[in-house]
Each structure stands twice: as structure tokens, then as C-alpha cells.
Design a protein around this ligand. Structure first.
Ligand SMILES: [Zn+2]
Length: 295
């Protein structure tokens, strides 16, 4: 069972541990890439004495400040893909941790192939030559201790697993961009995440009903990215409505635009849904800065 718990009620920072060892998931944001009313969709998973921040976008460091944390407090990161709402805060993570005295390197859970891309296409621009005058350029491994997931076979799809303390993290490739890509092999690197097989987080993805069908068999809660219009590189509300009702009944929607509560801006009279996720059979819009606690 799961329970939604209020956090930081008296302004105290969110603890990065759970005393009784249960799994806790906190969205530091639930908004889309360009959301201004919410932070971007970056997610903390905490269990016992371990934690991991799934993505740290341009607003990620601010999202951490909202709950009394910082990039110096969070010790482990899992970037899902290279859009700025997912990795735009990683330079701050890298530089703050390297140049604050007496702070050990943070950890990063990442596959070999994506590690090279993340560094060469994104982070190296701001970080590689910080110490060039001392005779060497830096690498991602100068900023992060790398934790390497292992390949898994799950329904013929590309998945990897990493055991983080008692947290069983599964990473699955998603088809996110470009929108013309017919398979994950033609797509840029992007992944979703399952934790302890109880919580499934789609990550950024176009509508790919095989995944919600597959993971709904074991997941207690599913979090799916949701775009309020059809087309482009995310699953639309309209497409998610085509999932069977028993799957929608386990699903919160996240990564939504700032007009989520102005239904007249995105729901047409002819649409076969209300635009209120609870009325439409989902669990609702995911909330930021609350805890989803799994007991
Ligand atoms: Zn994206």
C-alpha cells in the first residue's frame, strides 16, 4: 500500500533517509520542460540510508531549495536524458561538489554509452577546461563516481538494473525524440525507471502502450508523463485515455503544462474525456513536494 504524506511542514528540510526503511518518492517538480507554475519533473527516491535524484534540470537546484536541500546534500543522481529540464542543473552539481572543500564526489547511475554522450555533448562545455591551466582537461569521472547498471532481459525490451542499497532500480529505454523515430534504436538516449517493481515512472516518452501494460502487472503506482496536446515527443492525455481503465486506475500524470487547470484551453467539446484526470479514471495529477510513501 502507499500513502501520500505532507513534507517540510514546518520548513524543516526533507530527510534523505527513511527511518523504517520504506521507499519514499518525492517529485521536486511535476511540470513540463517550460513550466513556470511548477518546477520541472525531477524526482527523488529515498529508501533507508540511500537516495537518488532522477534528473536535475535547469530548475532542479531551485526545486531542491524548495524542500531544504541542495546539490551538495544530494549524493546520487540518475539522469534520464539530455533535455535541459532533465540535466540543466547537472553542471551546478558537478562544479559545486568539486569546488566546495571537503565534499566527496557525488555518485551517478549511468550506462556507459550515455555517459559518453552526456559528457561530450552537454556537460563538457562548462566543465572540461576548469583546470586546463593545470595541465589537464577533466572528464565526467572527475566530477562523479560512476555506478554502472547491468543489462536485464524484460519482455524483449532494453532494460538495465542497479541495486542501490535496498532499492531495486530498473531502467528501461524509451522512445522520446525525435518523434519520427520508429524504435528506441532510432531515438536519442532516454529512459524510464521502475523502483522495487512497485513504482513505475515513465520518463519522457512518446505514447508506448506496451510499457504501461507490462509494468502495470507488478507496479502499485505508475507515474506517466503527460502532454496536454496531441503530437510531438510526449504521450498526450488523449493517448493515455486509450489505456484500459485498470491501468489508468493505478496512474498519476506528471510533466504537465501550466494550463492543466484551464481545461477550456486544451479540451475540445468533441473530446471523449473531461480533462479532470480523476473523473477520467486516473489517480490524478501527480503533486510536487509531497511524499508517496510505500509500506
Ligand atoms: Zn525530454
Amino acid at each position: 500500500m502507499y500513502k501520500i504524506t505532507r513534507i517540510c511542514q514546518n520548513g524543516e528540510p526533507l530527510p534523505l533517509t527513511t527511518d523504517d526503511g520504506h521507499l519514499r518518492i518525492v517529485f521536486i517538480g511535476v511540470g513540463s520542460a517550460f513550466a513556470k507554475r511548477h518546477r520541472q519533473s525531477n524526482i527523488l527516491a529515498i529508501q533507508g540510508d540511500r537516495h537518488v535524484l532522477i534528473d536535475c534540470g535547469t530548475q532542479g537546484p531551485l526545486g531542491l531549495t524548495d524542500i531544504g536541500l541542495s546539490v551538495l546534500k544530494v549524493r546520487c543522481y540518475l539522469p534520464t536524458h539530455s533535455h535541459a529540464d532533465h540535466i540543466g542543473g547537472m553542471e551546478e552539481v558537478a562544479l559545486m561538489n568539486r569546488y566546495t572543500p571537503n565534499i566527496p564526489k557525488p555518485k551517478m547511475i549511468i550506462l556507459r554509452d550515455y555517459q559518453d554522450l552526456l559528457w561530450s555533448k552537454s556537460l563538457s562545455g562548462g566543465a572540461e577546461y576548469c583546470e586546463a591551466n593545470q595541465g589537464r582537461s577533466l572528464q565526467l569521472t572527475d566530477f562523479f563516481d560512476i555506478l554502472r547498471p547491468k543489462a536485464l532481459e524484460v519482455s524483449g525490451r532494453k532494460c538495465w538494473g542497479y541495486r542501490h542499497g535496498n532499492m531495486e532500480i530498473m531502467i528501461m529505454r524509451t522512445r522520446h525524440f525525435p518523434d519520427s523515430a520508429a524504435s528506441v534504436d532510432e531515438s536519442q538516449w532516454c529512459c524510464g525507471v521502475s523502483i522495487n517493481r512497485r513504482a513505475w515512472i515513465s520518463g519522457d516518452t512518446m505514447f508506448d502502450p506496451e510499457y504501461p501494460r507490462r509494468f502495470s502487472q507488478e507496479a502499485e503506482l505508475m507515474f506517466h508523463d503527460c502532454q496536454l496536446f496531441y503530437g510531438g515527443v510526449h504521450a498526450s492525455y488523449q493517448e493515455l485515455m486509450t489505456l484500459p481503465k485498470e491501468i489508468r486506475a493505478k496512474m498519476y500524470l506528471y510533466h504537465y503544462g501550466d494550463n492543466w487547470d484551464q481545461r477550456d484551453t486544451w479540451v475540445r467539446k468533441s473530446d471523449p474525456f473531461a480533462g479532470d484526470p480523476v473523473q477520467d479514471g486516473f489517480l490524478g495529477w501527480a503533486d510536487q513536494q509531497v511524499a508517496y510513501d510505500f509500506y
